[in-house]
Ligand binder design. Structure first.
Ligand SMILES: *[C@@H]1O[C@H](CO)[C@@H](O)[C@H](O)[C@H]1NC(C)=O
Ligand SMILES: *[C@@H]1O[C@H](CO)[C@@H](O)[C@H](O)[C@H]1NC(C)=O
Ligand SMILES: *[C@@H]1O[C@H](CO)[C@@H](O)[C@H](O)[C@H]1NC(C)=O
Ligand SMILES: *[C@@H]1O[C@H](CO)[C@@H](O)[C@H](O)[C@H]1NC(C)=O
Length: 558
């Protein structure tokens, strides 16, 4: 007995230890579990431009839908809530990461029709203005793209994705605050009132405003047909024929052959290392390579939250501006690889080229445009929408969608209720010719970033030329400058326009502006900071979803 006593003691101590360790583990687990801050989600989320569309996407996920189902439903909804930004008369680029980490790009951006107006690019404006009219219409890829990704990743029936939006379009919704304000801006008001858009956006020949009902009855019928019968109704059936008839009547060149031959490009993402993360971006003609180029230049400056203090903050933005000026000089590297030298943009993610460019950035000065190869400045654009979705199974979708400028080229098809894109205007200042089937270069860059620890960031933006700045600065703020996701997106941005002038978002730090001027940067007068970033991140089991306040957006999740 006496002999076994130490054994017993040992046993007790051991048991005690095991229990204690187990308890501590349990405590930590429950702490981590409860560690998700209020406002974050445990399972899935959608960040679209509006709460209404984020919720429609979220509801699809709650009903067992995949992130792709949620993205399609949220995009269809956005075509009604923000018809100035996107719609089924446009095109999109989607970055999709499956749960085993494979990332694919679904590119259904518009293409040049078989016949287009002779010497179209001679009609390109030389200053910032809207390219209106049917000559700019590219072949719409939106619905073909939805069908393709739904076939691949959809879990809900196709028609279900359309139901909420058909209802909104048919019954009407109170004028959304952002659109109501937007329509009544002087510039937009006269633009809409003088175009065929007035049929759906005016009352008594005056644009709708606050308190009015926004209704798209014809679009509701079109969506219903496509929900029931599939996208062939658009690409080879009656809807297509009606659309082509309206485009012809407006002087456009699209034919049924253009619609019939549209196909979706499926390709691997470009994967670029960024600090201790990996960034997946869409290859050209998307804008991913320019984004990666800027971020990899900035990565070399070892940024931390201290970079936002005092003189360091001026240096931070100075370097960013220099990187953006070099990116402007590289815009012509972005083109449709099927129609041009397919390696024309490869150097933008090549470490030795990036290092070479970084060495050309001086802390004490800026340079004139030729230093950055920005000899033929492109034209700045605005428009577009972005939706980020992450589902319970770990499928992530980053989707940027557009009809290009506001309300495309202001061509409305009254037989189908569809607003047509003016995507061919994206060739302006960035190409000298165009070929049938070619996709115009784009700033769109739906991104997915993954960290070593398994964290994931689904992010992208809208705002035409502002997309690159908005997304680059949000990613820098989040990954390196110590901001949480909301602050990273809310922070005022600066935008280096096509002529390399620097434009500042409302609320940008005045002492930094002064410091940048002292370094020789010229300030521009860009007024439209409708840069809108919508993002979702998942870290340690918690999901944070942020929609940009600049478009009055809100996310939804559970
Ligand atoms: C993810 O995609 C890869 C490549 O397409 C495929 O081989 C793999 O089976 C996919 N994983 C899942 C879970 O779908
Ligand atoms: C329609 O507009 C005209 C001219 O602006 C105005 O005189 C008329 O009262 C308006 N009618 C209605 C019903 O609002
Ligand atoms: C294609 O572009 C790359 C990068 O600009 C260049 O090095 C290469 O010589 C080009 N190839 C052709 C055939 O023009
Ligand atoms: C800027 O710094 C470089 C060295 O980095 C120096 O050679 C040059 O003289 C400086 N220029 C001005 C204007 O201070």
């Amino acid at each position: 007995m006496a002999k076994s006593k130490p054994w017993l003691l040992c046993c007790f101590i051991l048991c005690g230890l095991v229990c204690a360790v187990a308890l501590i583990c349990l405590c930590i687990a429950s702490l981590v579990d409860r560690g998700c801050s209020s406002g974050s989600f445990k399972h899935a989320a959608v960040s679209a431009d509006s709460l209404r569309c984020s919720e429609i996407g979220r509801n699809m996920l709650l009903e067992g839908g995949s992130a792709v189902d949620g993205a399609i439903a949220a995009l269809l909804c956005t075509a009604v809530v923000n018809p100035q930004s996107m719609g089924i008369g446009g095109g999109s680029i989607l970055t999709v990461r499956n749960k085993t980490g494979h990332v694919k790009i679904y590119n259904f951006r518009e293409t040049v029709p078989l016949t287009s107006k002779l010497n179209l690019l001679r009609d390109c404006p030389t200053t910032f203005t809207f390219s209106t009219g049917s000559q700019w219409i590219g072949v719409p890829g939106e619905l073909r793209g939805y069908a393709e990704v739904h076939k691949q990743y959809g879990k809900l029936p196709w028609d279900k994705l359309f139901q909420p939006t058909i209802k909104l379009a048919r019954e009407g919704i109170p004028m959304p605050a952002f659109l109501g304000n937007f329509l009544n801006l002087d510039m937009v008001k006269s633009y809409v009132e003088q175009s065929s858009l007035c049929e759906i956006l005016c009352k008594n020949k005056t644009v709708l405003g606050k308190g009015d009902t926004l209704k798209f009855s014809k679009l509701a019928d079109t969506l219903e047909t496509i929900a029931e019968k599939g996208v062939d109704e658009f690409y080879s059936g009656k809807i297509g024929r009606d659309l082509i008839q309206d485009i012809k009547a407006a002087g456009g060149t699209l034919t049924m052959k253009d619609l019939e031959s549209f196909h979706v490009k499926v390709e691997d993402a470009w994967t670029v290392p960024l600090g201790d993360t990996k960034m997946h971006i869409p290859p050209p003609p998307a804008g991913g390579a320019l984004l990666a180029f800027i971020l990899r230049i900035m990565e070399g400056f070892s940024l931390t939250s201290d970079s936002l203090v005092g003189n360091e903050k001026i240096q931070l933005y100075h370097r960013y501006i220099e990187a953006a000026k070099f990116a402007n000089g590289q815009k012509r590297s972005i083109c449709d690889p099927k129609f041009h030298n397919s390696t024309r943009a490869d150097h933008l993610i090549n470490p030795s080229f990036i290092n070479h460019i970084r060495k050309r950035i001086f802390s004490n000065r800026t340079h004139d445009n030729s230093y950055y190869n920005n000899i033929k400045p492109s034209l700045d654009q605005m428009g577009t929408t972005h939706v980020s979705v992450l589902d319970e199974d770990g499928l992530a979708v980053s989707a940027t969608s557009t009809i290009n400028q506001l309300f495309g080229g202001a061509v409305y098809s009254s037989r189908t209720g569809i607003i047509l894109n003016n995507e061919l205007a994206d060739f302006c200042g960035r190409a000298d010719s165009l070929k049938p089937g070619e996709q115009p270069p784009s700033s769109m860059t739906p991104v997915i970033v993954e960290s070593k620890s398994g964290g994931i960031l689904v992010i992208g933006g809208s705002g035409g030329s502002l997309i690159t700045s908005a997304v680059a600065l949000s990613i820098m703020n989040r990954l390196w400058l110590g901001m949480n996701l909301k602050d990273a997106i809310d922070a005022p941005i600066l935008f280096v326009d096509a002529s390399n002038n620097v434009n500042f978002d409302r609320g940008f730090d005045q002492s930094v502006i002064d410091g940048l001027k002292a370094l020789g940067h010229k300030v521009g007068n860009w007024k439209y900071f409708v840069n809108v970033v919508n993002a979702i991140e998942k870290e340690h089991g918690c999901i944070v979803a942020v929609s940009d306040g600049r478009k009055k957006g809100m996310s939804a999740g559970y």
